[in-house]
Write a protein that binds this ligand. Structure first.
Ligand code: 4NP
Length: 173
């Protein structure tokens, strides 16, 4: 089983939505016995919480039920997951710092860590993002509007679709 972990800050807006979209794609491709996905937050504010109502709504509009309960990423996740996808640069840095802790404790590290939008086919490779380390962020919609959640959904759908294509090719599925 190839295991994917989507990670944001609170684990109530972006990453549970990514998990729901990705699981829908896995079902459509009948790959749910070969690949699985989960989500977590770098923060501990929403442990045990349901996803944000606006994530639940935009998911439902697209035929997806979000059943995830908030949890915080931990050291064992680097051993248990094959891929960890960070929603933004802050999350990425925090995940890398936690990975270093796991390495310092001589834990086996299995997970490859990426920024989610590395798999966004709308992202223009020509953009010079060397001056802007947030250029690859899936924007945090928490303080935003329902439109921001729709935009978040659209971005995650593109990224999940391309990421799954990548996995199918890389693992010859
Ligand atoms: P998420 O959004 O990281 O996409 O789940 C947030 C949710 C909650 C908070 C921040 C971001 N918060 O500060 O409580």
């Amino acid at each position: 089983m190839i295991k994917i972990l989507f990670v944001c800050l609170g684990n109530i807006c972006r990453s549970p939505l990514a998990e729901g979209i990705f699981n829908k794609l896995l079902n459509e491709k009948e790959l749910q016995l070969k690949i699985s996905s989960d989500s977590a937050g770098t923060g501990n504010y929403h442990i045990g919480d349901k996803p944000d109502k606006r994530s639940i709504k935009v998911a439902k509009q697209n035929g997806i039920e979000l059943t995830h309960k908030g949890r915080q990423i931990g050291l064992a996740d680097f051993q248990n997951f094959d891929y960890i996808l960070a929603m933004d640069n802050d999350n990425f840095k925090n995940i890398k710092a936690l990975e270093k802790k796991a390495r310092d404790l001589d834990q086996t590290i299995k997970a490859k860590i990426y920024l989610t939008r590395e798999f966004d086919n709308l992202y223009d490779d020509e953009v010079d993002d060397s001056e802007n380390e947030t250029a690859w962020d899936v924007a945090d919609p928490y303080h935003g509007t329902e439109e921001d959640f729709q935009e978040c959904y659209d971005t995650l759908e593109r990224c999940c679709t391309e990421f799954l294509k990548y996995l199918i090719k890389a693992h010859k599925l």
